[in-house]
Design a protein around this ligand. Structure first.
Ligand SMILES: Cc1cc2nc3c(=O)[nH]c(=O)nc-3n(C[C@H](O)[C@H](O)[C@H](O)COP(=O)(O)O)c2cc1C
Length: 170
């Protein structure tokens, strides 16, 4: 039997075990924000990465059960706020359900009408480029039309279910 045939016949990987294996992959932490008729909305994503230089594309993946994404996608533009190493509180605040996530957060509407977080280290201004349903997530690709580097410090990194302390590195 070829390796391909053997793998195709193998039992599906258990999602919880897969989740544990993937927890060993360090991820950046970003908050995707947009202004909607209901006010500002935002959610934490660890699945952010850049995709292409020409055009300038970035991507992140949203769980299909997200209650924030249906609101976010009503906006013609969105911002991606990359968090620095000491912004774990913001990461938690924007992943909490049923809370006013912007309460107590220093944010403002920028000239493109997107809510940007004063404590982000990099903020990207995007227009939607494409979406693709992949299993239980939606891949969202955005075209970056502007950005600001606000803090050149170490990034917030999520690893094995908690934050890596990079403050004393580099
Ligand atoms: C470090 C971290 C990374 C996360 N990454 C993602 C992600 O990439 N995609 C996603 O859909 N949810 C991700 N979440 C979960 C969402 O932030 C959160 O569960 C969700 O916004 C809450 O539900 P809602 O979308 O219905 O508001 C992450 C949460 C944390 C703490």
């Amino acid at each position: 039997m070829t390796t391909l045939a053997a793998l195709e016949k193998a039992k599906a990987v258990d999602p919880q075990q897969f989740r544990v294996a993937m927890s060993y992959v360090p991820t950046p932490v970003a908050i995707v924000t947009a202004m909607t008729e209901e006010g500002p909305v935002g959610m934490t994503v660890g699945s952010f990465t850049s995709v292409s230089l020409s055009p300038t594309l970035v991507t992140f993946f949203v769980d299909v059960s997200s209650t924030t994404w249906p609101k976010l996608k009503t906006s013609p533009t969105f911002a991606i706020n990359i968090l620095g190493h000491d912004k774990g509180d913001l990461c938690r605040a924007f992943s909490r359900r049923g809370a006013d996530r912007f309460n107590g957060v220093d944010w403002s509407l920028n000239e493109n009408g997107n809510p940007t977080l004063a404590d982000a280290s990099v903020s990207l201004e995007c227009i939607p480029y494409s979406t693709l349903i992949l299993g239980d997530h939606v891949q969202v690709v955005g075209e970056v039309r502007g950005f600001q580097v606000l803090d050149e410090g170490m990034p917030l990194v999520f690893f094995k279910g908690s934050f890596l302390d990079l403050a004393n590195h580099g």
